[in-house]
Ligand binder design. Structure first.
Ligand code: CTP
Ligand code: CA
Length: 226
């Protein structure tokens, strides 16, 4: 049989991936966001599709094409991203790569805010929902594998271990963004953090991180009929 006839290691599985930043509107022309190119998340969605999964990618605003063979849902804000994720369930594997804005302004201004008057705008912030923790803590319809990412600038593994416990996910992919070049770049140095321990990978192309991560998850995931 040709490669195309061979079921991939994720055949029969639905994989959900979040990617990119979220944008939290301040007014119609301004927003709060995290830095994120979406490269790593989009590469993971493509790798999961190549492994035979049905893939839903929930993406914030990015300058990337939708990956081939992946159902891509475009969202702006964290609240929209959570709603799209919940609408896409059930999934067997959920991978939360998005750099979700932690805060949004309490009240979005309906018209463009103007500088005139001299007073600075009071930007009262409220916390956004934690999409990963919301899904990982579901008692009903939780995916078999819930994977988080943690971009850290210091104490990378220790912060990731704390996040793993706090959010209730199965694995955190921790990466060191303290140096230059990771944000928006094509390479990534990651550590796979689970309650059992830490597996550190060499610096790899984001596409290679994606392929290896998908292979790793395929070995962990309960098998399903294709
Ligand atoms: N995440 C999420 N929803 C949020 C914030 C984070 O789904 N509102 C997910 C990210 O997609 C990532 C993981 O949680 O998979 C860790 O994100 P991170 O920003 O590192 O964690 P926080 O808990 O927001 O902690 P920090 O104070 O370091 O930003
Ligand atoms: Ca955060």
């Amino acid at each position: 049989p040709s490669a195309a006839d061979t079921p991939g290691p994720l055949a029969g599985q639905h994989v959900l991936v979040t990617s990119g930043p979220t944008h939290e509107a301040i007014d119609p022309v301004r927003y709060i966001a995290n830095r994120s190119s979406g490269k790593q998340g989009h590469a993971i969605a493509a790798a999961a599709a190549a492994a035979g999964a049905r893939v839903t990618l929930v993406s914030g605003p990015v300058a990337l094409p939708d990956p081939e063979g992946v159902e891509t849902v475009h969202v702006e804000s964290a609240r929209d991203m959570l709603a799209a994720v919940e609408a896409a369930l059930p999934a067997q594997i959920a991978i939360f790569t998005a750099a979700v804005a932690d805060w949004r302004v309490a009240t979005e201004a309906p018209e463009k805010m103007k500088k005139d008057g001299g007073a600075l705008p009071p930007l009262a912030l409220v916390e956004n929902p934690d999409i990963l923790a919301t899904i990982a803590r579901r008692t009903d319809g939780r995916p078999d594998l819930v994977i988080g990412f943690a971009a850290e600038t210091e104490n990378v593994v220790a912060h990731a271990q704390a996040k793993l416990a706090r959010k209730g996910c199965d694995l955190i992919v921790a990466n060191d963004v303290g140096g230059t070049g990771v944000m928006g770049g094509d390479a990534n140095t990651v550590h796979l953090v689970t309650p059992e321990g830490v597996e550190s990978w060499p610096t790899l192309a984001k596409s290679e991180v994606a392929t290896r991560l998908v292979g790793h998850l395929a070995r962990l995931a309960p098998k399903r009929p294709a």
